[in-house]
Write a protein that binds this ligand. Structure first.
Ligand SMILES: Nc1ncnc2c1ncn2[C@@H]1O[C@H](COP(=O)(O)OP(=O)(O)OP(=O)(O)O)[C@@H](O)[C@H]1O
Ligand SMILES: [Mg+2]
Length: 706
């Protein structure tokens, strides 16, 4: 049976590497690789869309569920390292206790795995026992499995979005380039005419004429070339600014969960793909078109001169093309590995810088440094791999072209001696063949580079093709015109972070009257922050509705909804700028009187006035000189500055002393704002009209204080 299985058209099947973009989707990527192997071509974007995964990662049971939904039967096995070769490959291995990889091939003393985080790896036997946990999962297609394509198509135009002004820039570059090419074509004739017409007849005046003519041509050529470079620079800046802005705009519209599930370095690196794509597009696109045209033109010239020799030149080119295309897959894999590895290096450095205080207090500078160095060495090694491939293929190419050229001159010289060719024609022919080879190989290189762009395209697609938060700002919600317009009515609310996760909020019904203040309490990890985020529209409930002032927030539009809410969340931060900027959130025309007023309410005014530069004191994004309580009070002032109808405070006064807190509470009470306060401290809780205890996804107790 196993022999038959192996015979089963296995030459057609290829196990691809599906890379994970989020930290916790290794299981998903592994099942994806095996589905691809059996002919269901599915990419990580489509997989993610079909199966929402939890940030906490997938268990073996989750992986089996996903596999079953892709029509693959799963068989979980427990086995020893020596028995790995008996598994039906490809299969999934549980790795390092927290990871899944796909086993491609098991040999006597090594195995080949496709690791969704690190790419293809060959692991020697002694390392396997350190990483392999002994659990494997064999997946085979069921009878209902059908080979099909389920991939998100990535068109560059969709990735770029709308950009203005490129058509005219494009046209200008094209015209300039065509005229350059025209002059380029004339070049070889100079030598031919000098040799065949001037030298033979010793015609001095013709030589002068040709000399002056070709000098003029050279001057023109260089001027046009400078102009083209200038227009290209202008064109690429234009495209770069507009495109980066488009992507950034899109990025900022993505839901919070997008950011929570990715490393910062990874998002930055994906963002950087814009630069790489734009670079190739602007610098290569037109030259590719022209390379294509020019290879045809020079090829025709070669055939006009001598068909036999022209075939030899074509043979050289085919050899070159074969080498390039055969190197494509390994080069692409190496590039992808390098990009991902460099993103990890960046993430690691960013993380260390952000957590420098903890690094120092735990005396872990050296550990962090060695982690960083490991990533760095890894990235550098990946770069070296690329260089190795390039050097290898480059040498082979060089060899073909130089040996080929000698052969060409050899044969062409024979033709001259046989009288089929003049000496001038020989030089012109060689020159045209050089042009043809360089143009046609340029064309091949560009085709490869454009295919390579798909790599960046796929990375960028993770940003550009991720769905933004819904924008339905159709209903204009009136503000504060009657007493009940900001009643919050929550009905049948259920929320969980992923399909495989338990419900964090499990059927909550709650009404919070306009102007009321409600304290939500409960043990840590019971979903208080989650509930606050759902109310803020940062997370979208799977079931149930939240209405504010009779408008369902999902229909009224999130922007409208958030406009009415002020909030201070558990992990909110200040931005670099002055304190006044931070309170007004960098308003274009800040209302200074209001800034002072809200600062007074938040009991931070006096502290600010004691600073040498008062409200103009600068706050750094990381190295802030403010105390924890001062930061909280500024954040509170920032929330109040927006004149909110609803105020959501998630442990927003946890760093404050009781006295300050009660002053703040009484100040806010006068404002008639609906308040939802998540707190642990009794003093904070007591300030509320009602207390709601959240436990195991439900409201367990509502005690009216009044
Ligand atoms: N992004 C996330 N993805 C998956 N699970 C999450 C996510 N954020 C929180 N959780 C889980 O949801 C549950 C509720 O978390 P939440 O932050 O709402 O608790 P909390 O009541 O605010 O706790 P605390 O008092 O410690 O702030 C926890 O079990 C947590 O592990
Ligand atoms: Mg919380």
């Amino acid at each position: 049976m196993s022999l038959l299985d192996n015979l089963n058209f296995s030459w057609k099947r290829r196990l691809p590497v599906v890379r994970q973009s989020q930290a916790a989707e290794c299981g998903l990527a592994c099942v994806g690789m095996i589905a691809n192997y059996y002919g269901h071509e599915i990419d990580i974007v489509s997989l993610r869309r079909r199966f929402s995964t939890s940030l906490k990662g997938a268990t073996l049971a989750d992986v089996i569920t996903v596999a079953q939904r892709l029509d693959l039967t799963a068989r979980a096995l427990r086995l020893e390292v020596e028995e790995l070769s008996k598994l039906k490959c490809p299969c999934i291995l549980h790795w390092d206790m927290n990871h899944f990889v796909v086993l491609k091939k098991a040999d006597q003393n090594k195995i080949t795995i496709h690791d969704p985080a690190k790419g293809i790896r060959v692991v020697p036997l002694k390392e396997i026992s350190q990483s392999f946990t002994g659990v494997a999962l064999e997946l085979v297609p069921t009878s209902t499995f059908v080979a099909k394509k389920e991939k998100e198509s990535i068109s560059m135009l969709r990735l770029i979005g709308s950009v203005t002004g490129i058509k005219s820039a494009f046209a200008q570059i094209l015209i300039l380039s065509v005229s350059l090419e025209f002059f380029g074509i004339l070049g070889p004739f100079f030598m031919q005419w000098v040799m065949d017409l001037v030298l033979v007849s010793a015609d001095h005046s013709l030589l002068t004429l040709l000399g002056v003519g070709f000098i003029m041509i050279s001057i023109f050529q260089n001027l046009i070339s400078a102009l083209r470079s200038w227009v290209t620079t202008w064109f690429s800046s234009l495209l770069s600014v507009q495109w980066t802005t488009n992507i950034c705009r899109h990025l900022l519209k993505l839901p919070l969960s997008y950011f929570e599930s990715r490393h910062v370095g990874d998002i930055l690196s994906r963002f950087g793909s814009v630069g790489s794509i734009q670079d190739t597009l602007t610098s290569r696109f037109i030259s590719t078109v022209l390379d294509g045209i020019m290879s045809l033109v020079t090829l025709v010239m070669l055939f006009i001169y001598n068909a036999k020799l022209a075939w030899l030149v074509i043979g050289l080119l085919v050899a070159y093309a074969l080498i390039r295309f055969s190197s494509y897959r390994s080069l692409r894999q190496a590039r992808e590995d390098q990009i991902i590895s460099s993103a990890k290096t960046q993430s690691s450095l960013l993380e260390t810088l952000r957590g420098i205080q903890a690094v120092k207090t735990n005396n872990k500078q050296n550990t962090r440094l060695s982690t960083y160095m490991n990533y760095l060495v890894d990235t550098t090694n990946k770069g070296v791999n690329i260089q190795k491939l390039n050097i290898g293929y480059g040498t082979l190419q060089g060899l073909i072209s130089s040996v080929g050229r000698v052969a060409l001159v050899w044969l062409a010289a024979n033709q001259v001696m046989e009288g089929n060719f003049s000496a001038g024609m020989l030089t012109a022919f060689i020159s045209f063949s050089d042009q043809f080879i360089s143009r046609a190989s340029g064309l091949i290189n560009s085709v490869i580079d454009f295919r390579m762009l798909r790599l960046h395209g796929e990375r960028l697609a993770d940003i550009a093709l991720s769905e933004t938060e819904p924008e339905t700002d159709s209903i204009v919600v009136p503000r504060k015109n009657d007493g009940h317009d900001s009643d919050i009515v929550i009905e049948g609310l259920r929320f969980r972070y992923a399909e495989t996760e338990p419900w964090v909020i499990d059927g909550i019904n709650l009404t919070i009257k306009s102007g009321e203040s409600v304290a939500i309490i409960g043990p840590s990890g019971q979903g208080k922050t989650t509930l606050a985020k759902v109310i803020l529209g940062l997370l979208h409930p799977q079931e149930g509705t939240i209405c504010v002032g009779k408008h369902n927030i999902a229909q009224a539009g999130l922007q409208q909804h958030r406009e009415r809410i002020g909030c201070v969340m558990q992990d909110d931060i200040l931005f670099s700028g002055s304190i006044a900027d931070n309170i007004s959130f960098f308003a274009e025309e800040p209302d200074h009187e209001k800034i002072h007023r809200v600062a007074q309410m938040a009991q931070i005014h006096n502290d600010i006035m004691q600073m040498p530069m008062n409200y103009q004191s600068l706050v750094g994004d990381m190295g802030s000189f403010l105390s924890g309580g001062q930061i909280q009070r500024i954040l509170l002032a920032r929330a109040l500055y927006r004149d909110p109808e609803i105020l959501v405070l998630d442990e927003a006064t946890s760093h404050l002393d009781v006295n300050n807190e009660s002053l703040i509470n009484s100040a806010i009470k006068t404002m008639n704002i609906t308040r939802i306060i998540v707190a642990h401290r009794p003093e904070t809780i007591r300030s509320a009209d009602r207390i709601i205890v959240l436990n195991q996804g439900n409201i367990q107790e509502i005690s009216d204080l009044k």
